[in-house]
Design a protein around this ligand. Structure first.
Ligand code: C2E
Ligand code: MG
Ligand code: MG
Ligand code: MG
Length: 284
């Protein structure tokens, strides 16, 4: 039998810890392999204009991993690890270019069609970000005003002074900035006047908490704030017609959610836009 160790320094082999470390090692290896093999795809979720019959005026780019064994893997299952491995700037740069290229293709049919792209903390603090965005805009030819970069509050607020500086530089390129998941972070209000933001995306938790009839809601309050600061609101996570109707009445302007469309591969958006333009022509 093993002698009890006095100082607690000696370690027994712990099969659970070992299994965890092994699993992690495999996950890291798999992710690096997937990146190398180009297994990532950009899907797009339509953003609709509530005041204009719900037509699609833009999309949000959302990354997915087409895993050879696991199928389509959502970002919640790999972004953290990619972040820890320092791969998000590289992956995000690819998403940005792919999305801008795609947006330009859709603009042939719909001039002014907008592309929203998410940026993570590590992308915002990457000193190469400004140069990269400028180059992508030049290479793809997308008008800068049609690109909206989305940041979650937590990202923008970690280092407020630095964020404000980077966001101003991005704005000088002509792109627009959206605060994502608005209202879920801390002290969001006090920073609206500090950060050069154009759009607020109302988090889906507030949209889904709206009362069925009457009554005040956080969504309504956020819309008020948006108006006060002259920001364009987009309601996220709209899942039913009732929510869509109420948001329209509250003047939300734009919305996104499963009620309108799920995120889909580019071809799905192309088909949707074809259908939409056929309908517009029929009405004329
Ligand atoms: P997000 O930017 O807030 O994106 C919206 C998320 O809500 C998406 O999840 C979308 O599929 C989901 N969603 C849309 N409508 C509804 C709805 O009606 N109901 C519900 N329950 N959910 C809805 P997804 O694609 O899994 O992305 C999750 C998060 O991962 C994103 O949240 C974003 O923060 C991050 N992300 C996605 N793609 C990228 C990327 O290319 N770069 C970076 N840095 N982050 C990304
Ligand atoms: Mg987003
Ligand atoms: Mg969001
Ligand atoms: Mg959200």
């Amino acid at each position: 039998r093993a002698k009890r160790d006095g100082g607690g320094v000696a370690r027994r082999f712990d099969p659970v810890l070992f299994a965890k470390a092994e699993q992690r090692r495999l996950a890291e290896h798999d992710l690096m392999r997937g990146l190398e093999a180009g297994e990532f795809e950009v899907h797009y979720q339509p953003i609709v204009d509530l005041d204009n019959g719900g037509i699609t005026v833009g999309v949000e780019a959302l990354v997915r991993w087409r895993h050879p064994e696991k199928g389509l893997v959502p970002p919640a299952l790999f972004l953290d690890l990619a972040e820890q491995l320092g791969q998000v700037p590289r992956l995000g740069g690819w998403v940005l270019e792919e999305a801008c290229r795609q947006a330009l293709a859709w603009q042939v049919q719909f001039p002014g069609f907008e592309m929203n792209v998410n940026l993570s903390a590590s992308q915002l603090t990457n000193p190469k970000l400004i140069q990269e965005v400028r180059e992508v805009l030049e290479r793809t030819g997308l008008p800068p005003r049609d690109l909206v970069l989305e940041l979650t509050e937590s990202v923008a607020l970690t280092d407020l002074v630095e964020s404000a500086r980077v966001l101003s530089q991005l704005k000088e390129l002509g792109v627009r900035i959206a605060l994502d998941d608005f209202g879920t972070g801390f002290s969001s209000l006090s920073h609206l006047s500090t950060l050069p933001v154009d759009v607020v995306k109302i988090d889906r938790s507030f949209v889904q908490a709206m009362p069925e009839t009457g009554g005040a809601s956080v969504a309504e309050a956020v819309l008020h704030i948006a108006r006060t600061f002259n920001l364009s609101p987009v309601a996220e996570g709209v899942e039913d017609a009732g929510q869509a109707e109420r948001l329209k009445d509250l003047g939300a302007g734009r919305a996104q959610g499963y009620h309108f469309a799920r995120p889909m591969p580019a071809i799905g958006v192309t088909e949707l836009l074809d259908k939409q333009s056929a309908e517009v022509k029929l009405e004329m």
